[in-house]
Design a protein around this ligand. Structure first.
Ligand SMILES: *Cc1c(COP(=O)(O)O)cnc(C)c1O
Length: 377
C-alpha cells in the first residue's frame, strides 16, 4: 500500500502532488456513528438551517419522474429564469455543479503551468485547490492586520501588488469565507478597474443575499463595464439547496463561451435545475431566511461577545470566533453533539467558524460553548 502510494504519487501531475483534499464540515451521520449520539446539530457548512424551500422540493420531485432522460445540457429554462431575475442576457450565464464547479471551469480555462492566480490569505480554500490542480501558481496576498476594520479580510492593495504579466485570474470572495469580512463598493471597484485586461477577476458572491450594508456592492452592476469580470453565485447557501449542487457565473458572453467549451455536457442534474428554477422565484423563502439569519446573527454575536470572545465582522450566515485552543473546543462541542468548523487549515488556528442556525440550535451551541470556555479559564 505505502509502496503503491509513492509510485502513484510520482505518476500524478505535479499540481496534484502538492494538494491536500478539501476538508468539508463533519457530516451528522459520521458523528452519530463515531460518538453514538442521536441528537446532533450541524453548524459547520453554512447551509440554510430552515431546510429547502417547499417549492424547490416539489419541482425536484416532479423532475425525478423524468430521470431516465439526460438533463438539458444547456440549462435553457434555468438560464432564462436567472437572466430575468438578474436583468442580464442568458448568454452571460454558465451553470455549474455548485459554484465550485464554475471556479474549476475558470481555472481550466485561464490557468495552467506558468500562469498565476492571486487571492488573499484566509480566503475560500477552493481557490488554492483549483489553481494548483491545473499546475498554476498561487500568489497569496497577506490579509488585513488584526487591528483593522476588517481583521483578516482581503487587502486589495496587497493583492494588486501581486498582479504581474503572469497573472490570469484574481479571486475575491465578497463576503469572504471563513472570515465573514467584506469589501466596500469603492475599494472593490477601484481594484477591479485597475486590473489589466489579461486578468480575469472572479468575484465570488456566495453569501451576498445576506448583506445589510448598503456599502457592500453587488458586483453584477459592473458586468457591462468590465468584460473581464466573472461573478459567481450559488444555490447552496440562502436558497437551501447545497445537497443538489447548483451554482452559476455571470460573465461576458465571450468568457461564458470559453467556459462552455470545457464544461462537462451534463454538469447540472435535471432535479437540480428544476429546483433552482423554483428557488429563484421563491422570494418569500429567501426573504424569510435572510431575516431569520440576520436577527440570529446579532443575537449570536452578542452572546459570544458576552462570553468575552472576539468575533469578526460578518455580512454572511456564519461567524468567525476566537476560542483559543480551537482543537479542544471543536472536540468538546462534538461531544455535546454540536458540529462547527475548525479553521486551522485557513491559517486561523485559534478560531472556529459557526453557521447561524435555527434559534434553538444557536442557543444549544452557545450553552455548550459557554461550558467549555468558562471551565477552560
Ligand atoms: C459555500 C461557498 C461557495 C459555494 O459552493 P457551492 O459549490 O456552490 O456549494 C462558494 N464560495 C464560497 C466562498 C463559499 O463559502
Amino acid at each position: 500500500m505505502t509502496e503503491l502510494r509513492s509510485t502513484f504519487e510520482q505518476v500524478a501531475v505535479e499540481g496534484v502532488r502538492s494538494l491536500q483534499p478539501y476538508e468539508p464540515g463533519k457530516p451528522m451521520e459520521e458523528l452519530q456513528r463515531e460518538y453514538g449520539l442521536s441528537d446532533i446539530i450541524k453548524l459547520a457548512s453554512n447551509e440554510n438551517p430552515r431546510g429547502p424551500g417547499p417549492q424547490a422540493v416539489a419541482a425536484a420531485r416532479d423532475a425525478m419522474a423524468h430521470a431516465n432522460r439526460y438533463p438539458d445540457g444547456n440549462g435553457f429554462r434555468l438560464k432564462q429564469a436567472l437572466a430575468a431575475h438578474h436583468g442580464v442576457a442568458p448568454e452571460t450565464i454558465t451553470l455549474g455543479n455548485g459554484s465550485n464547479d464554475v471556479l474549476a471551469l475558470v481555472a481550466s480555462t485561464f490557468l495552467g503551468p506558468g500562469r498565476e492566480a492571486v487571492f488573499s490569505e484566509h480566503a475560500f480554500a477552493v481557490y488554492a485547490i483549483v489553481t494548483r490542480a491545473v499546475g498554476a501558481t498561487a500568489r497569496v496576498a497577506p490579509a488585513q492586520a488584526p487591528g483593522r476594520a476588517m481583521p483578516y479580510g482581503h487587502d486589495v492593495d496587497g493583492m494588486r501588488a501581486l498582479v504581474s504579466d503572469k497573472t490570469r485570474v484574481v479571486f475575491v470572495a465578497n463576503p469572504n469565507n471563513p472570515t465573514g469580512t467584506w469589501l466596500e463598493r469603492a475599494e472593490l471597484e477601484e481594484f477591479l478597474r485597475a486590473l489589466p485586461g489579461h486578468v480575469i477577476a472572479v468575484v465570488d458572491e456566495a453569501y451576498c443575499e445576506y448583506s445589510e450594508d448598503p456599502r457592500q456592492p453587488d458586483a453584477l452592476q459592473w458586468l457591462n463595464a468590465l468584460p473581464n469580470l466573472v461573478v459567481t453565485r450559488t444555490f447552496s447557501k440562502v436558497h437551501g439547496l447545497a445537497g443538489l449542487r447548483v451554482g452559476y457565473s455571470l460573465a461576458h458572453p465571450a468568457v461564458a463561451d470559453l467556459f462552455n467549451r470545457v464544461r462537462q455536457p451534463f454538469n447540472v442534474s435535471a432535479c437540480a435545475q428544476a429546483a433552482a428554477e423554483a428557488a429563484i422565484a421563491d422570494n418569500a423563502y429567501v426573504r424569510d431566511s435572510v431575516a431569520m439569519n440576520n436577527e440570529q446573527r446579532v443575537w449570536l454575536r452578542a452572546e459570544l461577545e458576552g462570553l468575552g470572545l472576539e468575533v469578526l465582522p460578518s455580512s454572511a450566515n456564519f461567524l468567525c470566533v476566537r476560542v483559543g485552543d480551537a482543537d479542544a473546543v471543536y472536540a468538546g462541542l462534538l461531544r455535546a453533539g454540536v458540529i462547527v468548523r475548525p479553521i486551522a487549515g485557513y491559517g486561523l488556528p485559534e478560531w472556529i467558524r459557526v453557521t447561524v442556525g435555527l434559534p434553538q440550535e444557536n442557543q444549544r451551541f452557545v450553552g455548550a460553548l459557554a461550558a467549555l470556555v468558562t471551565t477552560g479559564r
